[in-house]
Write a protein that binds this ligand. Structure first.
Ligand code: PLP
Length: 454
């Protein structure tokens, strides 16, 4: 049996309708720099950083060597009740680059776990200090925090989450400030309205609210919704005013992606808990972290018999190979000034987008650093979307694949999240491919929709 047949026979892929995979199988064999190569030798730009992870490109010498060197010592030992060398060194480095409020690092293996841990810590914090009524969470509509039940409970994307309704714990959902879909397209009004509705909720319910979860500056999976200026800072103010812990999710935005080490730095926001993952190892190995303040940490610090311990941990937590890769990654950040470079190159990317926005079926292009979304619409004037069942952005992504570029849309938003090491020339070529694919697919789709409507 060949490899493609084996993949169809034995695998069940994440977040994938397997009927789609069977029609369009793809098996990656290798990668170098910002490109990956399939088993037939065809090369593709990794324009979504292998699901928003990759930083310095594939097979980066320094990262490869750090992992090999660590292998000469040990691959893994547990973090339950003890620690290891790279996990300890890395924790110090991570605290040094974090917002000032955060002083402790708790390791896990994925972004969803990092969020779930933050939620559990926030919940138990109030229990440990005797404020036992504070049990509920507020989250933002259209938010995404990962796929475990806790992370799904604070998420709010119906298409992914609705089916699990009865499994989720109950909470409050507040308005998302989506400027493109806000009637007046006035960012300040849109922001103020969202903050006002959050304040009404807090006013009424703060005594029962443990924490609030929010993606940092950009809702990723929800369609690359860039939040208006002042929104995140406004949420911070309200959390402080109503004594609610602010949990920021930097899983997608952290480690340079938006042109700052962490996106909350754009507004000088200091959270109480913060989840990060993805780019932490340069996109090499599954390490994630939950940051907390000393105040939260101390609420768990007591004699064992008082049962204030955080009873949570995963087998591979603090894995040495991953931590060694993360240390080498942060060294590269220092040497290459990665976030500053992203900030610089994103200005050029913005210009490229300005040249593309005139395409007849691009409604909006949203960008913060290298975190970008291109929203496809049937009618640019009225912002009427393409019919859901036409899967326009998915078809565009297949066309891009044909033209040598990989990405994955979210709804009808084409996601562009290139590796942070992409050069201006790479960006130009990638945008050119996306433009060609979007133009040809949306033109054809619009004709089909018009024919059906008439
Ligand atoms: N939080 C955000 C904002 C994300 O974008 C993601 C994944 O895309 C996650 C959490 C979940 O991370 P993971 O896939 O590593 O579990």
């Amino acid at each position: 049996m060949n490899l493609v047949d084996k993949s169809k026979k034995y695998l069940w892929l994440p977040f994938t309708q397997m009927k789609d995979y069977d029609e369009n199988p793809l098996i990656i064999e290798s990668g170098k720099g910002i490109k990956v190569r399939d088993i037939n030798g065809k090369e593709y730009y990794d324009a979504f950083s292998s699901v928003w992870l990759n930083v310095h490109g594939h097979r980066k010498k320094e990262l490869d060597e750090a992992i090999r060197e660590q292998l000469n010592e040990i691959a893994h030992s547990t973090l339950l009740g003890m620690t290891n060398v790279p996990a300890t060194e890395l924790a110090e480095k991570l605290v040094k680059i974090a917002p000032d409020s955060l002083s402790r690092v708790f390791y896990s293996d994925s972004g969803a776990e990092a969020v779930e841990i933050a939620v559990k810590m926030a919940y138990q914090y109030w229990q440990n200090i005797g404020e036992t009524n504070k049990q509920k969470f507020i989250s933002i509509k259209n938010g995404y925090h990962g796929d475990t039940i806790g992370a799904v409970s604070v998420g709010a994307i119906d298409i992914f989450h609705k089916v699990y309704g009865p499994l989720m714990f109950e909470g409050f959902k507040t308005t998302v400030p989506n400027v493109y879909r806000y009637p007046a397209e006035d960012p300040e009004k849109c922001r103020d309205e969202a903050l006002d509705s959050l304040e009404s909720l807090l006013k009424e319910h703060h005594q029962e609210i443990a924490g609030l979860t929010v993606e940092s500056m950009v809702q990723g999976a929800g369609g690359m919704i860039v939040m208006p200026d002042g929104y995140l800072a406004g949420v911070r103010e309200l959390c402080t005013k109503y004594n609610v812990l602010m949990i920021i999710d930097e899983v997608a935005t952290g480690f340079g992606r938006t042109g700052k080490m962490f996106a909350c730095e754009h507004e000088g926001v200091e959270p109480d808990l913060m989840a990060a993952g993805k780019g932490i190892t340069g996109g090499y190995l599954p390490i994630a972290i939950t940051y907390t303040t000393e105040e939260i940490y101390e609420a768990f610090y007591d004699d064992y018999t008082n049962l204030k311990t955080f009873f949570h941990g995963h087998s591979y937590t603090g894995n040495q190979l991953g931590c060694a890769a993360a240390l080498a990654n942060l060294k590269l950040f220092e040497k290459e000034h990665t976030p500053q470079q992203v900030a610089e190159k994103s200005k050029y990317l913005h210009k490229l987008f300005e040249e593309m926005i005139d395409l007849p079926h691009i409604g909006d292009i949203r960008q913060l650093g290298f975190m970008c979304g291109i929203e496809l619409v049937y009618d640019k004037k009225t912002k009427e979307p393409f019919p859901f069942e036409r899967r326009t952005a998915y078809k565009a992504s297949l066309k891009m694949r044909e033209l040598g570029l990989l990405t994955r849309p979210t709804g009808d938003v084409v996601v562009f999240m290139p590796p942070l090491a992409s050069t201006d020339e790479d960006l130009r070529e990638m945008v050119q491919i996306m433009r060609e694919a979007i133009d040809s697919v949306t033109t054809e789709e619009a004709l089909q929709v018009a024919a059906t409507n008439s």
